[in-house]
Design a protein around this ligand. Structure first.
Ligand SMILES: Cc1cc2nc3c(=O)[nH]c(=O)nc-3n(C[C@H](O)[C@H](O)[C@H](O)COP(=O)(O)OP(=O)(O)OC[C@H]3O[C@@H](n4cnc5c(N)ncnc54)[C@H](O)[C@@H]3O)c2cc1C
Length: 576
């Protein structure tokens, strides 16, 4: 309780200083001004605000949603839950927080994760600096003042020295362009934009379009309610059973007792998840030994299946052994051989697309009220008021669920009209694919940071680990600049080119680019095919970022505020 009070007092003190700083600046004629504008109030935006307050910065967070939580605010579909275990998929920055919060299940369901996000917002008194229901539409850099002008959906413009995009990698839900969709007679839901009120599918014929992670989680739950469920599949995906279960007090306690060490280790791993990682490859074991290892990982459940051997994403022959094992499991679970065959992924290496984690997905296709439709061989031609028409036939449905994913990694950035130096927009610069240095900044856009941006481990990791690393790095960087009275920081083109080349080189040393995945932008028609996240590993990447900072932010150019002011003065003098 005492700790909490201290936190609250600190929170209000920081807020007061923030307000003073804001109001101080606002007295002068001109728009409202902040040190930092943060876009988005998911886990990234909330922690960013908390850390920036800690260094005395004035911060305004804009969130287009009606509350905090980001992903967990929007994705309320039936069966939604995390697929990294909750004891690891949670903030580590406050020991009090991680000790006091009790996750109920191994993989917490969406409502519980959203409750956690709200708890964090209240516990650290974040809400006063978060403006909800407000979208950032535009951000433009004023080269003469070295500030950003940020325009929001309420028609206001504020200025800020720094802008942090905490807009999320999976926050721009993608609706497919299907003829007739707008004229469908029943309700259409998108998993990434699910209504807040309960949706009851009882007695309805439901169609689910898509078979990625969100479909794999929601199909078993919808099948229990719907009179009939038709699943429209373009690409079969690999999925591992979650083996979700309630967490006992004893289990929670054993994590908590060792939290400091577990979190430290997570930061040094490849994907931000602490797990047993063998030091040998799949082909180093004989058939029986290998099968036993896969069986044990399958029985344990979860994404750590891919950690059965250290070369599963590197060596195709090794990968095939794991893929064959999962395909066999699907054939064992699904009664109808034709359906089983359709559900067996065969066009990408296992793990090269985001591996899914399910509760009873494959067995759901044994239910008499569930039909699987292959839209790869016979694509959807059009949607009529109560029918989905494919090349192979008509399927009557009363409601449609679009589990069609996101314009990942760049979609939410692209929706903001961002213009940097010389009026160049981010969309122009990224037309051939995103270009960043370290995934944190893009040359030509000074003082604009991206959290878990393209070129960083982001979606290939336990994202809260990656979010905390980026937020800490950005905070240290802003504190460094404030301490030295620096005006701008900007990625150098050469450093950026080198980093983009490195990200590509590392990716192409693995099996990942062999899949048409959203990591490659392949789910969005016309999006450039560039492998976006950095595969080098969370621990390696952290080391690189720390080294860059230790070398005085190598690869970035920083300009002094005074130098800028002097340049400005002489420029205006000469123009007189
Ligand atoms: C169903 C699902 C399950 C997932 N499970 C896991 C998991 O188990 N483990 C894992 O590591 N990751 C998981 N993820 C990834 C997840 O997105 C991240 O873990 C994390 O929640 C991202 O936090 P964030 O704050 O970076 O982004 P988000 O949570 O996406 O928040 C970004 C926020 O920015 C807001 N925003 C965007 N643009 C604007 C704008 N222009 N103006 C104002 N606001 C804006 C959005 O509304 C959103 O609320 C999952 C994702 C999904 C969709």
């Amino acid at each position: 309780m005492l700790v909490r009070n201290i936190q609250e007092i600190r929170g209000s003190a920081n807020r007061m200083s923030a307000l003073q700083s804001v109001s101080g600046k606002s007295h002068a004629a001109g728009p409202e001004s902040h040190d930092v504008v943060v876009v988005g109030a998911g886990f990234a935006g909330m922690y960013m605000l908390h850390r920036l307050r800690g260094i005395g910065a004035s911060v305004r967070v804009y969130e287009q949603g009606g509350d905090v939580g980001g992903t967990w605010y929007w994705n309320r579909y039936p069966g939604a839950r995390c697929d990294v275990e909750s004891m690891q998929y949670s903030y580590s920055f406050s020991d009090e927080l991680q000790q006091e919060w009790n996750w109920s299940e191994r993989y917490a369901p969406q409502p519980e994760i959203l409750k956690y996000a709200n708890h964090v917002a209240d516990r650290f008194n974040l809400r006063p600096d978060i403006q909800l229901g407000t979208r950032v539409d535009r951000a433009s850099f004023d080269e003469s003042a070295n500030t950003w002008s940020v325009t929001t959906s309420d028609g206001k413009t504020v200025t800020a020295k720094y802008v942090v995009l905490a807009t999320g990698c999976l926050s721009n839900a993608r609706t497919p362009d299907i003829k007739g969709l707008a004229d469908f007679g029943g309700k259409v839901y998108h998993t990434g934009h699910w209504p807040h009120e309960p949706v009851d599918f009882s007695g309805l014929r439901v169609g689910v379009i898509g078979t990625g992670s969100s479909a794999i989680q929601s199909v078993p739950v919808i099948a229990e309610q719907a009179s009939h469920l038709t699943v429209f599949q373009r690409t079969a995906n690999f999925s591992i059973p979650a083996r979700n279960a309630a967490l006992t007090a004893k289990e929670r306690q054993s994590w908590k007792a060792d939290y400091a060490e577990i979190r430290r280790k997570a930061r040094e791993t490849r994907n931000g998840i602490v797990q047993e990682m063998p030091d040998r490859g799949a082909l180093d074991d004989g058939d029986n030994e290998r099968r036993a290892r896969y069986e044990s990982r399958w029985a344990r459940g979860g994404v750590t299946f891919m950690g059965a051997y250290n070369n599963l994403v590197l060596d195709r022959a090794a990968n095939d052994t794991a893929a064959d094992f999962v395909r066999e499991k699907i054939a064992e679970i699904v009664n109808d051989p034709k359906t089983a065959k359709l559900l067996q992924p065969n066009n990408h290496p296992i793990g090269s697309k985001r591996i899914c984690v399910d509760s009873d997905y494959f067995v759901t296709f044994n239910r008499p009220n569930v039909t699987l439709v292959d839209i790869k061989s016979s694509p959807i031609e059009e949607i009529l008021p109560n029918t989905v028409r494919t090349g192979a036939g008509d399927y009557e449905v009363d409601a449609l669920v679009l589990a069609t994913g996101f314009d990942a990694m760049t979609g939410s950035v692209a929706k903001i009209d961002i213009s940097g130096r010389n009026g160049q927009t981010m969309n122009q610069k990224w037309a051939e694919g995103p270009r960043t240095y370290l995934g944190l900044m893009s040359a030509g856009f000074p003082n604009l940071f991206i959290i878990t941006g393209p070129g960083s481990p982001s979606v290939l990791s336990n994202m809260i680990v990656s979010i905390e690393q980026h937020v800490d790095w950005i905070t240290d960087c802003i504190a460094y600049m404030r301490g030295r009275d620096l005006g701008t920081m900007e990625a150098n083109r050469q450093a950026e080119d080198g980093w983009v080349a490195h990200v590509n080189e590392v990716a192409h040393g693995t099996l990942y680019p062999q899949a048409n995945s959203w990591y490659m932008g392949a789910n969005i028609p016309g999006k450039p095919r560039i492998f976006m996240p950095y595969i080098g590993g969370v621990g390696t990447y952290r080391q690189i970022c720390d080294d860059v900072a230790a070398k005085g932010y190598e690869g970035f150019t920083m300009t002094s505020r005074r130098a800028r002011a002097a340049t400005k003065r002489s420029a205006s003098a000469s123009s007189l």
